[in-house]
Ligand binder design. Sequence first.
Ligand code: ATP
Ligand code: MG
Length: 352
Amino acid sequence: MKNIILTGDRPTGNLHIGHFVGSVRTRLKIQEKGDYEKFYIMIADTQALTDNAKNVDKVTNSVIQVVLDYLSAGIDPEKTCIFIQSLVPELFEITSYFMNLVSVARLKRNPTVKSEIGMRGFENTIPAGFLCYPISQAADILAFNANIIPVGNDQLPMIEQTREIASTFNSTYGEVFTLPKAVLPEIKACERLPGTDGKLKMSKSVGNCIYLKDSPEEIKQKIMSAYTDPDHIKVSDPGKIEGNIVFIYLDAFCKDEHFAKYLPEYKNLDELKAHYQRGGLGDVKVKLFLNNIMQEVLAPIRERRAYYEQNIDKIYQMLFKNSEEASKEARKTLENMKEKMALNYKEIAKKA
Ligand code: ATP
Ligand code: MG
């Protein structure tokens, strides 16, 4: 069986380096290999509205921003189908049927949703749509029979829930769905990149991000004020690398060749870490090294963005066309589901 890939992002702001290492970089590798039948990338505007119902403009304006970030990062619209969730109405219908297969208790146990409820202060005011978004996410994946889902590890509970819904549907009504698999980034630090504040996951909704579109000055300013080891006060003090944002970002981005180019007194990251842990290596030196690397990674993305920003109209046309194509594909799945569910009044009428 050839792979069908589906992945996506919520249009709640611009993409950041957490998205880049957590999901976009995996997408680029898959795109380069080309070993798939279809590669869908969904802008999850309906999902974004589940916690932004009173902020529709933020969501709609972010759609084009996220697409510009994709294209600038190297996602090729010729090789992928980038579409807008709300333009595929079949997804709502599929969600409705799935709602009956999941208990409220199961939804409340989802650890990612639990922590997001805390982050958003929703304890007693959770919108029903927000609690149920993992069901709608299952519909997004299963509508296209996607089997490979490149994500960061906060999405693992969603994929698990999708698999449960798929098997419940199959065993209740008949085989329609294959069970999808999450694909995590190869580097551990990239599975859930923390924000520059060192507290939480880097997240658009928290505002602790280095964005792909940030200017060279913004990147440097964010790196120079990033959280390190609060007990590493004097250069001579031994430093901790665990939980140290600068070293976590180096794990995610640094290659041996960066040392030859920017910090030739060390051969590799292990040597740099060992020196920091022993003492005698200051934060500023490590931060300036990280800044050089991040500038190198983000400059070409920023330059490509300037080109795509001149072609917004064409990008919207591409999104509309792709969304129609996605809608046709989802309709096939929906028809198949309804047939298995025997939800077919024309047949029932014939027999009456
Ligand atoms: P929001 O705060 O609105 O939820 P977000 O920053 O969490 O936004 P999403 O659109 O929810 O971003 O996530 C899109 C994809 O990026 C998912 O696959 C998710 O796992 C991945 N991702 C998001 N943040 C990170 C991160 N800090 N590290 C690794 N992957 C991430
Ligand atoms: Mg998120």
